[in-house]
Design a protein around this ligand. Sequence first.
Ligand SMILES: NC(=O)c1ccc[n+]([C@@H]2O[C@H](COP(=O)([O-])OP(=O)(O)OC[C@H]3O[C@@H](n4cnc5c(N)ncnc54)[C@H](O)[C@@H]3O)[C@@H](O)[C@H]2O)c1
Ligand SMILES: [Zn+2]
Length: 818
Amino acid sequence: MTPTQAEARIAELTQQINHYNYLYYQEDKSEISDFEFDKLLEELIHLETEFPQFLKEDSPSQRVGGTITKEFETAVHETRMLSLGNTYSEEELLAFDERVAKGLEHRNFEYFCELKFDGVAISLVYENGKLSRAVTRGDGTRGDVVTENIRTIRNIPLSVLGSNIPERFEVRGEIFLPRKEFEKINTERLANGEALLANPRNAASGTVKMQDSAVVAKRRLNCYFYQLITDDEGIQHHDQAMTILENWGFNVSPTYEKCKSIQDVLVFIEKWREKRHQLPLDTDGVVLKVNSYEQRIELGFTAKIPRWAIAYKYQAESAESQLLSITYQVGRTGAITPVANLTPVQLAGTTVKRASLHNANEIERLGLHEGDTVFVEKGGEIIPKITAVAIEKRKSNAKAIQYISTCPECGSLLERKESEAKHYCPNSQSCPPQLLGRIEHFVHKRAMDIDSLGTERIRALIDQGYIIDFADIYELELKKDALLGLELNQDQYQKTDEGMLYIALHKALFSLTEGIPLSSIVKFLDENKSKALGEILKSFKDFVRESKKKVAQNIGTIQLLENLLLSYPFPKIEDYLPVPIVLSLLIGKQVGMSKLKEVASRKSTLHGIMLELNIDLTQDQEDKIKKLKSNTFQEGVISNMLEGIKVSKSQPFEKVLFALGIRNIGENTAQILAKAFKNIETLKNANSEKLLEINGIGETLVNSLHEFFADKENLTIIDRLKAHGLNFEIEEVERVLESNKLEGMKILASGKLNHFKRDEIIDFIESNGGQYIKSVSKNIDFIIEGEDMGPSKKEKAVKLGVKLISEEEFMIMVGKEI
Ligand SMILES: NC(=O)c1ccc[n+]([C@@H]2O[C@H](COP(=O)([O-])OP(=O)(O)OC[C@H]3O[C@@H](n4cnc5c(N)ncnc54)[C@H](O)[C@@H]3O)[C@@H](O)[C@H]2O)c1
Ligand SMILES: [Zn+2]
């Protein structure tokens, strides 16, 4: 590489690394994996060593990557908080060991090994035994003061008791979000339709920097401590300090070990390579530190890292798997996300059966074909990703994956905007997931406030065709009887891109067998989750034999199931079975496979399918189908729901207007419009001029309103809602006039007033008999000129000869004291 090339590459790397650092530390986002990031940094350090003339003082190789935010007070660290050197190779670890030996000029030293916890660093200062401040690492010199947030973490001691506690000391540790908590939060977010948190580290980092401690408290953060800083001369070794921390009640991970040599360190690293996945938090490597403090001082620091410690990082694992099929998920905004269904593989301690494909570009980039052997990798992300295809293993006749062109939920032709990677379903009115979003808005606390209609219930009602628009909510009352027995939970179903309905394996096995409880089937499947479907069914027969319940009959059914799966080639989704196959075993004598297939590709629950098939069932069949269904709507739930719906009819007009979800009409605008137009008819008939006269209404809103009212379907829905008694006009409260001092006068106020806020002046003018006008015209009687009245308005007023009076003059005129 020539110096010119090196200079250019250094500049490019610097710019890239700064960009990823900014995202990582400021926005808690990662666009690339840690491994890819570390490779960039390594390349930069390598070039800067080879071409020291291009090493800049502010290069990312010389600075700790983080910064302070603007939202908190900052504090200076008494001892700088540094980064750690890292490596992914054993060779470099041996080289590090050599450097230490060389620096000390002997081999008489020990290492202390800890796991590298993947969270955010924190520094806590204790004074007189009490936690006095908590500060983030920031840029290493100065960090954000986040004491209030840290106080909410349960196992951080607020005070430390005991003898010999120094008057002032500092402890450092890593705040993390336990994996279980992380998964719980994401399950909740998924149910609420909120964006998922990418990984526990970024979630922990974002939480520590939240503005509201009450929210932080709910997140159940935890902390492991790994450093004590005091003036106490008696503490000379790191292992000693760790024992003291434990005795003082600080949470120390019990995973550490003292090692006599780098060979012992390598053993420690191997020991934890797999085992670390059983820990309650994410870890990404091992930190080895020289144990003696005196030796640490001798070795010293570089600008960014200590010379007496290094992190060995485990490489993200990759595994081979086979592509079974692709399903497409539709989000609440209509965005389509393809998901790959894979044969199960073990990866980073979990069984992986699905991988995200992001969008059509990703499928194209990978060049995916049906049945491909793929490499999956799991970084810090929740959903693993496919990194490459083993093309040499592809069957010669394999077809390339064709991206879908129609929405799997509603059949609409998909759209893709010029600059966007994702495909969208344009059917925002009635595409089920999009409709779900709209109905959730309609029933929201600040709109119609129907809290008995939670997401799960709405989804069930939409999927089974009971809610297609807002007005249907009020017609549920009439369909009360049909609601009984409707399935509540959709989680046990999946649909392929062709719309074929699948049911969770545990439910299928439960219904197909007799005498075996659901809980033991779930347990069996959990123990066998790393196996592929064929294997599972084989083991299940053994399991049935051991259960000693109706063995012959149950095994016979499973054999029939295996045969059917072989004779009908449905696409495969691990953990799920095609509904037509299962139903064929239950009612195959009455209904043929092709009919079952046809109905199951149109309906989204068993309840829906059985209603459509409308056949006579024996009691035994009836019972088995009941075992297949999910929880169902019961009497109590239905009456509670209908009651909530009934009560909502008395919500005032402004709430109803907001609930309609007209584009760009927020809660505030809905209020303004309701007040200005009093009822929906007047609002509907208002032309642009009339609308623009209102304060806070601009062109965009006018267009949204006109678009909404131009749609006949919306008008029909409004009529139906009206018929159900919803409020489409404000209840006229007879305005009691304070005086008639302003009677018949048309008045405008402009600029900042001292005695009134914006809506107060309007109210005041109206309650004294006047009329408030929004724009300057000849018809105005006078303008109240506030501070900083807009020059163009003033010019226009002067030109038209409209009288201007000051706020004081106005006050005197209405006889108000100033
Ligand atoms: N993916 C991205 O876009 C991106 C961007 C920037 C940084 N990163 C990642 O962030 C890291 C760089 O950040 P860094 O400078 O904080 O270095 P680092 O995280 O590699 O090492 C220093 C930190 O390790 C932590 N740590 C965990 N366990 C420890 C233990 N037992 N003892 C001591 N310290 C322990 C401490 O918080 C300390 O501040 C790298 O892992 C890098 O891959 C990723
Ligand atoms: Zn759709």
